[in-house]
Design a protein around this ligand. Structure first.
Ligand code: SF4
Ligand code: SF4
Length: 81
């Protein structure tokens, strides 16, 4: 499942540099996760790094991107070759 950022985001920029897939970008006004790139950090880390650093606790599961751990691993490998 990809993650998404809610309206509680304060654009603090803590999450963007920690994403192993470069899936997070500064939007206007909220930061945005590209669901096609987010693997919930599967393939790179034990848990979602953006969630660990977000002071607002505003990163949730994206309801439209339900993917198994296996799917996420394949997605990671496709992104990184
Ligand atoms: Fe990036 Fe991981 Fe957050 Fe997804 S869960 S946006 S891959 S840091
Ligand atoms: Fe927004 Fe949280 Fe990312 Fe900060 S860490 S930019 S509050 S989603």
């Amino acid at each position: 499942m990809a993650l998404m950022i809610t309206e509680a985001c304060t654009a603090c920029d803590a999450c963007e540099p920690v994403c192993p897939n470069k899936a997070i970008t500064a939007g206007d006004p909220l930061y945005v996760i590209d669901a096609l790139k987010c693997t919930e950090c599967v393939g790179a880390e034990d848990e979602p790094q953006c969630r660990l650093v977000c002071p607002q606790d505003c990163i949730i599961q994206h309801p439209d991107f339900v993917e198994s751990r296996e799917d996420l691993q394949q997605k990671y490998e496709a992104l990184h070759g």
